[in-house]
Structures are given as structure tokens and as C-alpha cells.
Design a protein around this ligand. Structure first.
Ligand SMILES: Cc1ncc(COP(=O)(O)O)c(C=O)c1O
Length: 364
């Protein structure tokens, strides 16, 4: 008897497991497992969201006209070259469906964002991981893995979970090394947090070529992760393809109106950035002082490497943090079983982390 079988690749997907938000038996937990905004959403975005509740019998504006205009105004981009999606995750999947398929390769950096591998498998393409150097993407290694079957190259800049980044000139060098029929996807989900002078989110690369796109999200600095809102800036031909492929109403009205309000609230954006500017170096510094290995990060999280030895392992540290009500993100799915990732939290949460990992270091 014939059995029902999904397309090749799909059963190889280990379903993505998001950061946990609760600890069994605990009434409250400090959730630092999903790189969310410490300060939460703009009150103006919340008000817009609440107002939208009354019109939820209406379909959304499928073209997200006002939202694209607001993104264009804020980032000085042509709205006609912007596509909105249900999170940047949806845009990654749409790009994959549009440009990769069975027998073709999708290239990314070894500890790059997990969705590249999962969505490549989802379309039957072969995920190819290029080795990194000290947890940083390596342009030469990426270029060295190109083959005649490579269709797309994904680079998260800054990268989740490592927190590292490629400087603008390195990113440009990566692009220069790609054939014109290979699409470079620059995933700049954390761009709003970055202060490094040699960093670029990649807009000038998109402007100068037909084979580069940049994806962004409202889930991080803008604090709207639950609404699922992302956007992409790309060449007209890619934008046209994505509009054909996307669902006609892929971005819900509450997400659209909250996104516009969040963009308008510059004070809230600045507060969120200033919070990260203060607590990212503080947390990294305090944890290093305690003897933990903290990888340099320019985003809103840190990656901490623990010993391989059982008492001092990442698993032991995770369990210890959990006893103190703190949820970190284990990194085995990223091939980093000795690491934990922690988001930058509120002041009291960051202090709680340092207290907990201080006690962990002393006992281990
Ligand atoms: C590098 C990177 N890209 C994309 C995403 C997905 O974000 P979104 O919430 O917009 O789907 C994340 C989420 O953690 C991320 O870390």
C-alpha cells in the first residue's frame, strides 16, 4: 500500500524550539532566552494595537501601504522596494521558496541563525555550513564553499547566537566574490542595537546590486515579537517575486498599526538602545570578572562558554540559573553545547544573572 510521504528534506528538519518562557513550579521567571527587548513595546504601539481590536472583522491592507511608507520614511528607503512579512522568519522562508529548491545549495556560516538550515531543508535544498573563525563568519571560508549549485548565501549581521559581526568592507568583499545569480541575504535583525563604526546593515549593498536583499524585524529593538512583523529591502525584481509568493494578507492589521506607532516613537527606541548600551558591556564585564568566557557581542544578548566538565558545564549552569528563576537559552541546536545565550534584561534581571552565575562559579 502506498504511504503518504512529505517532500524530501522535510523529515530532516528538527522543529525549531523557541526560548522557554516558564519554569515548572515557579510562579514567575526571568525570561532571557529569546533575545527579546528588555523594555518591552512602546506604549504608543500598545495603544495602536488596542485601537485596532475594534476593526478586527476587516481584512488587513494586503499591501501594507502605510507601514511600508513609514518604514521608508524612517530608514530613507523607497517603499516600493520594501516587502513586509509575518516576522523576518516568513521573509526568509519566502526567499527560500523563490530562489532555492531540490538539488541546489544554500550557504551560511556554521553558527548562523538556525532558520537558514531549517528553511533550506523545507524546500528540499541542501544546507551547506561554512566553518567559522573564533565564532565569526569567515568570508574566505564562505567563498570557498561556493559551488555551481549554490543559489543563496545567508549572513546574519550581527549573528545570532554568537553576537559577532562582519564589518562593512568584509560584507562587501563577500558580495564581490559571489556570482551574479547567487542571492546574498543580509539578515540584520539586530541592526538597531549596533554602535560599531565599521558596521553597516547592508543598505548600500542592496542599492548597488541586483542580487542582495536585507531583512529586518520589529521583534527586537521595537519590542513587538508577538505580533510577527518583519520587512525586507531589495531590488525591484526580488520584491516583485516576493509579492507574488506571499499570502495576500500576510501581515495582520494590529502588527501594521503597532509597527507604524513604534516607528514614530523615537524616544522609546532611544531608551531601548541606551539601555542596551549600558547593560551589554556591564553584563559581559561582570561575567568575565567572575571567570566566565563571554564572547564579544554587539547585539542584545551574550554568548557564554562554559567548561566541558560536568560540574561547570553549560547544562549545570542552566539548571543553576533555573533554580534562581532565570531562563537561559541552551545552544546544543547550534552546535555549541558548551554555551548558553542570555538576553540583556532589565537592571534587576541583569543583577540577578550576575548573582546567580557568581554563586555558580564559586561552587563549581
Ligand atoms: C538573526 C535573526 N534573524 C531573524 C530572526 C527572526 O525574527 P522574527 O521575529 O522577525 O521572525 C531572529 C530571531 O531571533 C534572528 O535572531
Amino acid at each position: 500500500m502506498a504511504t503518504l510521504r512529505p517532500r524530501p528534506g522535510i523529515l530532516e528538519i528538527e522543529p525549531y524550539v523557541g526560548g522557554r518562557s516558564a519554569i515548572e513550579g515557579a510562579a514567575r521567571a526571568i525570561k532571557l532566552s529569546a533575545n527579546e527587548s528588555a523594555l518591552g513595546p512602546s506604549p504608543q504601539a500598545v495603544a495602536a494595537l488596542q485601537a485596532a481590536a475594534a476593526t478586527c472583522h476587516r481584512y488587513p491592507d494586503g499591501g501594507a501601504e502605510d507601514l511600508r511608507a513609514a518604514i521608508g520614511a524612517r530608514f530613507r528607503l523607497d517603499p516600493a522596494r520594501i516587502v513586509c512579512g509575518a516576522g523576518s522568519d516568513e521573509l526568509i522562508q519566502l526567499l527560500m521558496r523563490a530562489y532555492a529548491g531540490p538539488g541546489e545549495e544554500v550557504l551560511y556560516s556554521a553558527h548562523g541563525f538556525l532558520m537558514y538550515k531549517l528553511s533550506a531543508l523545507g524546500v528540499g535544498a541542501l544546507p551547506v555550513a561554512a566553518p567559522e573563525r573564533e565564532l565569526r563568519a569567515d568570508v574566505d571560508a564562505l567563498l570557498g564553499r561556493l559551488s555551481s549549485r549554490t543559489r543563496m548565501v545567508f549572513i546574519a549581521n550581527p549573528n545570532n547566537p554568537t553576537g559577532s559581526y562582519l564589518a562593512a568592507d568584509e560584507l562587501a568583499r563577500l558580495h564581490r566574490g559571489l556570482p551574479e545569480d547567487v542571492l546574498l541575504v543580509i539578515d540584520a535583525a539586530y541592526a538597531e542595537y549596533v554602535r560599531a563604526n565599521d558596521y553597516s546593515a547592508g543598505i548600500e549593498l542592496v542599492d548597488g546590486a541586483d542580487n542582495v536583499v536585507m531583512t529586518r524585524t520589529f521583534s527586537k529593538l521595537f519590542g513587538l515579537a508577538a505580533l510577527r512583523l518583519g520587512w525586507l529591502y531589495g531590488p525591484p525584481a526580488v520584491v516583485d517575486v516576493l509579492h507574488r509568493l506571499r499570502g495576500p494578507f500576510n501581515v495582520a492589521t494590529p502588527a501594521q498599526v503597532a509597527g507604524i506607532a513604534a516607528l514614530e516613537d523615537l524616544d522609546h527606541q532611544e531608551r531601548s538602545r541606551a539601555h542596551n548600551d549600558r547593560w551589554l558591556p556591564w553584563l559581559a564585564g561582570e561575567l568575565s570578572r567572575l571567570g566566565h568566557t563571554v564572547h564579544p557581542s554587539i547585539a542584545n544578548f551574550v554568548l557564554i562558554e562554559f567548561d566541558h566538565e560536568c560540574m561547570r558545564s553549560a547544562a549545570a549552569a542552566s539548571a543553576w540559573l533555573e533554580r534562581d528563576g532565570i531562563i537561559a537559552r541552551p545552544m546544543a541546536a547550534y552546535g555549541l553545547p558548551h554555551c548558553l545565550r542570555l538576553s540583556i534584561g532589565l537592571e534587576a534581571e541583569n543583577h540577578a544573572v550576575v548573582r546567580s552565575l557568581g554563586a555558580f562559579a564559586r561552587q563549581a
